[in-house]
Design a protein around this ligand. Structure first.
Ligand SMILES: N[C@@H](CCC[C@H](N)C(=O)O)C(=O)O
Length: 310
């Protein structure tokens, strides 16, 4: 098939976004396509595929995400900004309810965070520390505590956003340590029914810095559900008050986040870039991907994002 997509990113977390509102596209087995498209040695390279899907009576449109390894997670909040932009543009809306795999989120246009940087706000959740929601085989919620059976003694907070996250606050992020733990979780240990995204976070004067090893992907420039989870975890552990908007820095950029806490239904509100880099087509043939043909260059947006101070 000839696959038409928009290459996009939120904080450097990059995706091939496909308008799959047509039911014939929605029915495709996207796992092998994601593995071909996301391969960094191939013509595209991405952290995942985003599918803009048709809405229903309660939602203007929907989002599916396929990780680079072909697995389909419950959510992706950097991706939701890009899907939000695509859906709002397609339906000529300023805000919308969006259907995710197991939850509902809201998206809305925001003033540009810098000239030429399209900016979208997402509201998602609820964040849950219930171990059953996280797929963590322990007896009670884990909030800033060591997890028996985990090969890392740090104090973690385990959250479902609703995808599974293990979050720890450290003085200085050790990427080798983060990678080792992320890879251990990828091994489908009995402790974690659904694997987990792992994040190491540093506190900063204006907020947090979060680096994530993503389930089904590996180390990424940013992970929206992880940054939202880290802000919620910062509230649960008294590091940042619930209801306060902070800047969350990441290796790919920064976003603004507010975690409501229980009083606001444990939702996270994130505002950040939804940058479209180019539109293109590629031919996909079972286990082969053809050369990339760019149909629209969006270099102006790439440059606008590059000029944003980190
Ligand atoms: N990058 C995403 C999260 C994508 C899903 C994740 N890899 C998982 O498997 O849960 C984000 O921005 O939230």
């Amino acid at each position: 098939m000839e696959l038409a997509f928009t290459k996009c990113h939120g904080s450097g977390n990059d995706f091939a976004l496909v308008d799959a509102r047509d039911p014939t596209l929605a029915a495709i087995d996207w796992a092998p396509v994601a593995r071909l498209v996301c391969d960094r040695a191939g013509p595209v390279g991405a952290d995942g595929i985003l599918l803009l899907t048709a809405g229903d009576d309660d939602h203007a449109f929907g989002m599916r995400v396929i990780n680079a390894d072909g697995s389909e997670p419950e959510s992706c909040l950097n991706g939701l900004r890009c899907i939000g932009r695509a859906g709002l543009d397609a339906l000529v809306l300023d805000s919308a309810r969006v259907k995710l795999k197991t939850s509902t989120a809201q998206v809305a246009r925001q003033p540009e965070l810098a000239p030429g940087v399209v900016t979208i706000q997402t509201i998602a959740g609820p964040a849950s520390a219930d171990p059953a929601d996280v797929g963590l085989h322990v007896d009670a919620a884990v909030i800033d505590a060591a997890i028996p059976g985990l090969p890392n003694p740090r104090a973690f907070t385990a959250l479902a956003m609703p995808n599974p996250h293990l979050i720890t606050f450290v003085d200085k992020i050790d990427v080798a340590e983060l990678t080792a733990l992320g890879e251990w979780c990828e091994g489908r240990p009995a402790l974690l029914a659904d694997r987990a995204n792992v994040s190491f976070c540093e506190t900063r004067p204006d907020g947090l810095f979060v680096h994530t090893f993503e389930r089904g992907v590996g180390l990424t420039n940013a992970c929206g559900t992880a940054m939202g989870g880290a802000t919620h975890a910062a509230g649960l552990t008294g590091r940042v008050p619930f209801g306060q908007e902070i800047t969350v820095h990441n290796p790919g950029g920064r976003v603004r986040i507010m975690a409501s806490g229980p009083g606001g239904g444990d939702r996270v509100t994130i505002a950040g870039n939804a940058t479209f880099e180019y539109d293109a087509v590629v031919e996909i043939d079972t286990d082969k991907i053809g050369p990339l043909r760019i149909t629209r260059d969006r270099g102006g947006e790439v440059a606008a994002w590059a000029s944003v101070t980190r």
